[in-house]
Design a protein around this ligand. Sequence first.
Ligand code: SF4
Ligand code: SF4
Length: 505
Amino acid sequence: MISVDTKTTFFRPFSGGIHPRSYKSLTAKSSSQRSVLMPEKLYFSLQLPNGEMLRPLVAVGDNVVKGQKIAVGKSPMHAPLHASANGQVVEIVSHITSHPGKLKSPTIVVATSNDLSWSSDYHSRSIATLTSDEIIAGILDAGIVGLGGAGFPTGMKAKFARQSKVDTLVINGGECEPYLTCDDRLMQEQSAQIIAGIRLLMIAAGAKKALVGIEDNKPLSLESMTNAASEDPSIEVHSVPSLYPMGSERHLIKALTGQQVPLGGLASDIGILVNNVATAHAIYQALRYGRPLVSRLITVSGQGIHQPCNVEVPIGTRVRDVIAFCGGLNMDCERLIFGGPMMGQVITDLDIPVGKTVGGILALTSEEIGDSESKECIRCGQCVRACPMGLMPFMIAANSRASEFEKAEELGVKHCLSCGACSYICPSRLPLVQYFQHAKGVLNQRSSAVQRAERAKQLAAAKTARLEAEAQAKLAAKEAKAKRGGRSAGRRSSRKAVEAKEGDV
Ligand code: SF4
Ligand code: SF4
């Protein structure tokens, strides 16, 4: 029996943080291995979250097989899309996306067949001798992005980490958002595959060791992952305190290593690469079985849905199909959210397809949402105590409300994680994060305008310098020509004089 490492390196590893009500019991026992969700149609948006467009590789009427690449981007920074089912392309239409402004984008619509199998191309293969370059190429080709929510192409992240010479891989098994349990279930049920994926990621990034951080409210995951990693001394599994927002990259690093990521800096600045457990699992699937990222385990929860559960959702499934699979919404459902309740995004339309970065769909009742009527700030200071970044949320909010954005910047609004701990704890129910997001948006716009003006100034100066250089070059050429002309005229007159003299003789 392998003992679980319950030593927590730092009892309270960072200042601030909160203990929100977890609601995890709603789905904590829901296995990922239940019946398969496969809707009649899948919707693959060609627009990436960063606004870049993919180019479709298929046309209406084409048959596609599960795992077939159906759209690609212009560079490795744009993860390709793969069909998540066997079927036929029936339309390429403008369809709603998860953008808060309800924007639409060109979308490939696939009518699925009853055949749920992978095509025969996807066979098991050896991964023992793969090089860093081969692993990175495999991850990029499989369209894997950070499944913890960031959505950055994982292969590029590993490549940059290798270039920055990172030595430690930190694996996030925190899952600190309330309600979400899909990573917990994945760690309990697929720990060997996750550990194998971590090894591949270590080779890809050139990391010497890996530290896996799991919150201490997940004892079964801790045990399963510790057992799976027991043969490999370069992978350590650690228990970290259940404290929101432990899943934030900088706070997990602090908890596991004691090191601080510099403000405004990156984890790679201190030799660390961070990924999450679901991403490591997807890497193993891609490299071992040649299976690209076509589905992911998500938590569907909240008291507004009939059958809360964890379910493997094919990428491109509409929210309405996921909800129908989970028994539908009940009469008390007030709000739908992608992700967790602290940092999630409101779902504005049931036809939005589930993308690669969605880890949860929550159907919340008014009781779960709580009183949403804001009152005046009573200067109780609870938000200050809760903030894991050491900020003064009530002062930033007051300045943001008064459109004093420079003061909000001086108070550190740009370092705010939008974790929502302050809003959660505020007795006056002030929508603090909304104020901060607005202030950040205005400041970003201003700094882009300043950057654009600076760029325009540089271009104008470069143009003036070029015109001056051209004018000088022309002048110099003219002068040189004039000199040459003068010299040859002189030579001609000397010759004439000599000829005249010779004539005299
Ligand atoms: S917690 Fe709310 S009421 Fe208290 S100081 Fe902060 S913003 Fe004001
Ligand atoms: S949302 Fe920002 S200000 Fe509020 S607690 Fe989190 S980091 Fe601090």
